[in-house]
Ligand binder design. Structure first.
Ligand SMILES: NC(=O)c1ccc[n+]([C@@H]2O[C@H](COP(=O)([O-])OP(=O)(O)OC[C@H]3O[C@@H](n4cnc5c(N)ncnc54)[C@H](OP(=O)(O)O)[C@@H]3O)[C@@H](O)[C@H]2O)c1
Length: 238
């Protein structure tokens, strides 16, 4: 019997890699999106429109959908979890972020509350470190000033293709609850990553940002060196 798999957020940075890996490994995933497209089921996790229909007959959901606001993320996750329960799906695989219980950003608070909601159905939660794409996006924004000021923190960036392989592996197995965290292959200073990103073309100045969240980052709660399972380095991602 074939497994029917739905990837929410299948048009996003991680979701696209998950959909691509599922296709490469012989699956025909459905993609939840707010916009029509090939293999798309159109639904909106904030309004609830189309969500029950999208989950009809689905065995496994890989949840890569997110909004930029922690509060909206909680609403979207609640809508998804309720629909997963009604549809009787076998497994909800949910992507989260390493260290969200120790680092107090508003978005992270929403991710933590979402993890609690997910526990109401058969689930696996995978917390990953920051994606290479995110760091490159942040560096591009910081580059708008003549000097690039980079916080004195470390990251263990991971490639979404590596995370996608792990998510698909988890999706094919039984619900595990919280899976082991998943990190990139190297822990690096943000300044060092920025130098690599700009290839020596920009002046980079480390700065210390105030606040508890940045202190938690300096303490390394966003890292999981014991799970440096991703293979693709920041430079290989370029
Ligand atoms: N970025 C990182 O460094 C990082 C690290 C660890 C974990 N994560 C987690 O990984 C997951 C994916 O992140 P990402 O960076 O790949 O996200 P992304 O590129 O911003 O993609 C977001 C996706 O969510 C969908 N979406 C947004 N609002 C929706 C709504 N109301 N209803 C249905 N779908 C909606 C979008 O689909 P449409 O626009 O097509 O509707 C899009 O496919 C998130 O849970 C994030 O917290 C991210």
């Amino acid at each position: 019997m074939t497994t029917s798999i739905l990837v929410t957020g299948g048009t996003g940075t991680l979701g696209r890699a998950v959909v691509a890996h599922l296709r490469e490994t012989g699956h025909q995933p459905l993609v939840m999106s707010r916009r029509p497209g090939p293999d798309h089921v159109v639904a909106d996790l904030l309004t609830g429109d189309g969500v029950d229909a999208a989950l009809d007959g689905v065995d496994v959901v890989i949840n890569c959908a997110t909004t930029l606001s922690g509060k909206k993320d909680v609403i979207a996750t609640r809508t998804l979890v309720d629909a997963v329960r009604r549809a009787g799906c076998r497994h909800l695989v949910h992507v989260s972020i390493v260290g969200i219980d120790r680092i107090r950003f508003g978005y992270y608070n929403g991710k933590l509350a979402s993890e609690e909601l997910v526990r109401a159905v058969p689930h696996t939660i995978l917390r990953a470190t920051q994606f290479h794409d995110l760091l490159r996006k942040i560096f591009s924004v910081l580059a708008k000033l003549p000097v690039v000021f980079v916080p004195d923190v470390r990251f263990q960036p991971v490639d979404v293709r590596d995370v996608a392989v792990r998510l698909v592996e988890l999706a094919m197995g039984p619900p595990l609850g919280r899976a082991a965290d998943f990190g990139g292959p190297e822990v690096r200073d943000a300044v060092d990553l920025a130098r690599s990103h700009f290839g020596g073309k920009r002046r980079i100045v480390p700065i210390r940002l105030p606040g508890k969240a940045f202190r938690a980052l300096r303490e390394g709660f966003n890292l999981t060196p014991e799970h440096a399972d991703g293979k693709i380095t920041f430079e290989e991602h370029a």
